[in-house]
Design a protein around this ligand. Sequence first.
Ligand code: NAD
Length: 509
Amino acid sequence: MDDPRIPVPQPGQGFPVPETVTSIIDGQPVPARGKRIPVFYPATGRPVSTLIEADAAEVDAAVASARRAFQSSGWAQLSTEKRQQQLLAIHDTILAHADELAFLECLNLGVVMRELRERQIRRAAYNFRFFAEFIGQAKGDVYDQMAGYRSIVVREPVGVAALIAPWNAPTALASMKVAAAIAFGNTCVLKPSEQTPLAIHRFVALLHEAGLPPGVVNLVNGHGGITGEALVAHRDVDLISFTGGTETGRHIMASAGRRLKPCTMELGGKSANIIFASADIERALDAALVGIYSNNGQQCLAGSRILVERRIADDFIGRFAERARRIRIGDPMDDATELGPLASAAHRKRVLDFAETARTEGGRLIAGGAPARMTGDLAEGFFVEPTAVVAQSSRSRVCQDEIFGPFATFLTFDSYEQAIEIANDTTFGLVSYVWSDHLPTVERAGRDLRSGVVWVNTPMVRELRAPFGGYKDSGVGREGGEACQHFYTEVKTITVPTGPVAVRRLGLG
Ligand code: NAD
């Protein structure tokens, strides 16, 4: 193709791709003046747009806009019913633009567009409906046990939230933060990953098209070390919600701690998927493949350590490898594709380096471990074969490090105790999966696994009312209905006597 910015053409897609992606402050795109960062289509390896990085001054303008909107746009004081209407209007607008958002997301992420259209963008819309419904049912507390007094507890918005999102599910994850922050009356500044700004930029524009007052949601783009640091360090930010890598989270929380800013940290994972011999093996096999290879393997909650009971291991692992080798790799805009490219060339190298690590650690590579050879427009894309390794020990690096790609590691166990010991043998603790039809086994595992979520006999399913988040190095705090209410509101106790009170009289001589 002549113009290297044009992606592989697809029938029926005429959505405009912005030449430059800038900040959106006070509801308006900011003129492009900062450093220029190319944005790539991972399937072709070609640039498709240019991101303009926000420096500290631009971040300051975004925070100032959010502060003005918090204090004077009326958003924080809006009646619940009016705020619900606004959130529902956003829900409808996102759904009406689902195809466009899925296309833009696919264009800088490389996740199969069908998955984006049918699940992730729908989830982004649902996040707003969920919080609209949640705030309609929220209630407060009354304490009236103390004679002559009644204390009521009210919740108020905190102020300006900094929302920092990763690249692996950009709109689904960022929208959760935005919906929660604004549903409880806060205003915010959102910083997505510099790798994946396209759909989020359109998403923030759509919030305004749906009637959101300017300044309630501002967008800044750029590298973590420049734009992200400036946002986290800003004195007028009241709270920080971060999703990303564990080391970044550690750094941000330390900085926030110095200024006593509350944080939630949704961090990395190395989740165990435990297959007992008492499981429905066919379903467990399907789910094990989905658990590691969906979203191109780039999922915090991937079931990346598959632990199989020894007496079924040979058969299970053999069939898993055979299915992994047959996964359809290809153009993520083609609905028939099952696995698209990784998000960047650097990330592909990192994932492939782990195949080498597996070999040197004595692991047995049973599928993949190499770049996927593609032809035509896709020849320079960042494709990797679905990979699976039988590891020698739970202590090996491929069982301990978060690889964040289509890379499964297998270990075997002989007893329930050994399965739990291996599952908990990690610095992470985001989620665990358990497959067994033996009730006492799943009951025990639910208690013994050290992770924030345990999914039994099911692939990943998010219940937004329930808290989601990690133990250990997988995070601090939780997201979800009530958990978000606690994070995004201040609690205030107002105590009123039920009649005139007797006040001790001083100064009467
Ligand atoms: P990352 O930590 O590199 O970046 C995340 C975000 O933080 C990006 O927007 C980045 O620009 C920004 N950032 C980086 N350094 C910063 C700094 N010093 N100050 C402020 N902001 C900074 O993570 P990533 O590579 O984008 O995402 C992958 C990671 O995210 C994986 O570890 C994955 O497990 C994790 N993740 C966790 C969840 C969860 O819910 N627990 C969900 C998705 C992804």
